[in-house]
Design a protein around this ligand. Sequence first.
Ligand SMILES: Nc1ncnc2c1ncn2[C@@H]1O[C@H](COP(=O)(O)OP(=O)(O)OP(=O)(O)O)[C@@H](O)[C@H]1O
Ligand SMILES: [Mg+2]
Length: 266
Amino acid sequence: MLKVDNLKKYFPVERGVFRRVIDYVRAVDGISFEIKKGEVFALVGESGCGKTTTAKLIVGLFEPTDGKIFFHGKDISLLKRKELARKIQIIFQDPFASLNPRLTIGTIVGEAVKHRLEATDEKVKTKKIKKETRELLNRVGLPVNILNEYPHQFSGGQRQRIGIARALAMQPELIVADEPVSSLDISVQAQILNLLLDLRDSLDLSYLLIAHDLNVVRFLADRVAVMYQGKIVERGSIRNVYEDPRHSYTKKLLEAIPTLETETIK
Ligand SMILES: Nc1ncnc2c1ncn2[C@@H]1O[C@H](COP(=O)(O)OP(=O)(O)OP(=O)(O)O)[C@@H](O)[C@H]1O
Ligand SMILES: [Mg+2]
């Protein structure tokens, strides 16, 4: 469904009044992978290894320096922004920053519904938007009487549900989830991860899951790729990579997983 082919993103490092380019940050440095329909594919790796940059390239927020991304065989750089948004949606790490504090929940989710209906040339009726917005809130486990409330009135987990509802409003096939639970309490994390799994099954979704927490990856993903300094250094089924890591960096990552015992000692 998604094919990433030798993708690169270099950010220029500039210096002086003439902003001369003295070097490049090779944030993503020639990565390739595929995501099949219905699959949860995870990218893991330490901070700064290029995960978010990869996510932004896939949803069209960055232009690649080199390489291509195909969705169902079609080069996404040839798609219009709206077309791409209907296929691939992103949910962010920080549900506090990604929801406009001045808009009500009804507007945040409703606007996304409206965008989609406009894109499909349907006659947009307020009634229809409202109905779909309610259905979406229901789907992500939120009460429907919150339409006139504002993001600050909700907990982190609830806000992430709102972000998920907004993404679902476009009826995407693939969701890029960039650290979807890392800002949430442990108890809430499990609820959101379960919601993501339920949605995958009921809506036939696929995910690109980005995470640094290997427990989260193990819970959700089918396959995993390990990124290190802009490159994929190891990949495979969760089982293979976890039980028989090949690369020394992967071994280090796995050793760093906190277990209950080490947590208690701390
Ligand atoms: N807009 C930008 N301009 C310049 N450099 C950038 C930009 N965005 C990211 N970078 C650099 O690219 C590298 C990769 O960043 P990226 O955000 O993709 O890492 P990450 O794996 O998502 O890290 P984290 O786990 O901390 O979120 C970093 O060195 C970062 O400083
Ligand atoms: Mg990131």
